[in-house]
Design a protein around this ligand. Structure first.
Ligand SMILES: [Zn+2]
Length: 381
């Protein structure tokens, strides 16, 4: 390839191909540039045994991973003066080790809080004077509850930055205000994957940028493969430029993003104003619109739905696809509030049906919260 325009002629890479290769050629597959002796790091993707991808990295690859995470921290305003709490159990997953390496790369103090319960972590954060924390939005919320219950809110006193990872942007949007209020800190998001690395950094004006120093980025319509321009929505396709040991070119990781113009801060890398908005495997096309159940779920939590719920896609007599949301509630005003919030946030009309508390859980204990009962799928765009 001599020109970037020729990139489109290179086939996509999907995780299943890499997995199949490793199943056929254990333990690491054939996608290795060098003999195994050259590699220094091994990480696995999350998932069940059998679909866990093994991604080896050389020392040079790991150097690039560290630099990508350092950029995330710098964009969030972290400096060498910070003390960053890392409340992870680590395990074989890239994100935790990359976060730790990134903190060390910028010269901040890494407070590794593995193998501890929430209470111990909060006590350690208070004692060590943590000024920042990296965790999932759900865990930031959990720590608020633990701190309230045990009188440990002093752990938040010096924290001014919460960097979220590991969950889609929708859940961060829902949790952001609560985290920012309780922690008295600013929340930043970022995204990465074991397959290609940490490919974004947060924009202080909101949303994310793709790190185009380290990644070639395309945003394509997931059905037609056509490039999506400013204002459009599509699937992120990434080529990792700095990972030579386990090269992944035009990787379709399934992340769906909105493409922004120039960000208010004037950064030149592609701007994703809403972060990762969903996943292609989670996406349902209703009346020509891409709908993410995860975004509806996030809105339900925002409105204060605490009990069970079910999101049901179905076809009406007129062959019109509809969305019904069953919610366990006795609050007569909740219906209107949910319908309004979902429409306001997602531009979607849904029908909310209140049901008696306990019925959704009792019906089927491990029932899926999303059901697609449509008779015919909407035509693919
Ligand atoms: Zn920006």
């Amino acid at each position: 390839m001599r020109d970037l325009d020729e990139l489109a002629q290179i086939p996509f890479t999907v995780k299943q191909q890499l997995l199949d290769d490793q199943v056929g050629n254990p333990p690491f597959g054939t996608n290795l540039t060098y003999p195994v002796e050259r590699y220094t790091h091994l990480h696995l993707t999350s998932g069940t045994v059998g679909d866990q991808l093994r991604v080896p990295q050389t020392a040079e690859d790991w150097e690039a991973t560290r630099a990508c995470f350092a950029l995330v921290l710098q964009a969030a305003g972290i400096t060498s003066c910070d003390r960053v709490a890392l409340p992870f159990s680590f395990g074989p997953y890239l994100q935790f080790w990359a976060a730790t390496a990134g903190v060390q790369e910028i010269g901040a103090l890494a407070l590794t809080l593995g193998g501890m319960e929430g209470r111990e972590r909060l006590r350690a954060m208070a004692e060590f004077g943590a000024t920042a924390i990296i965790c999932t939005p759900s865990y930031a919320l959990t720590l608020i509850e633990v701190a309230d219950r045990w009188g440990l809110t002093g752990a938040f006193d010096q924290v001014r930055t919460v960097i979220c990872q590991g969950e889609p942007g929708a859940s961060i949007t829902a949790a952001r205000e609560r985290i920012e209020a309780a922690w008295g800190a600013r929340v930043f998001d970022h995204a990465g994957s074991t397959e290609v690395g940490v490919f974004t950094y947060p924009c202080p004006a909101g949303g994310l940028h793709v790190n185009e120093h380290a990644f070639l980025c395309e945003v394509l319509d997931p059905h037609t493969g056509a490039p999506v321009g400013e204002g459009g929505q599509g699937e992120l396709v990434l080529s990792a430029l700095q990972r030579r040991g386990y090269p992944v070119i035009r990787f379709r990781g399934g992340d769906v993003v909105d493409v922004g113009g120039t960000c208010p801060a004037g950064h030149e890398h592609i701007w994703l104003p809403n972060g990762i908005v969903g996943r292609t495997d989670d996406m349902v096309v209703v009346r020509g619109m891409n709908v993410f159940p995860s975004a509806i779920e996030a809105t339900l939590r925002e409105v204060g739905v605490l009990g069970g719920y079910r999101i049901r896609f179905y076809t009406e007599a007129a062959e019109r696809d509809e969305i019904r949301v069953l919610v366990e509630s006795t609050d007569p005003q909740l219906v209107g509030r949910i319908e309004e919030s979902v429409f306001h946030r997602l531009g979607l009309r849904v029908r909310v049906v209140p049901v008696m508390p306990g019925t959704l859980a009792a019906e089927r204990p491990k029932a899926r919260r999303v059901e697609d009962l449509r008779q015919r799928r909407s035509p693919r765009r």
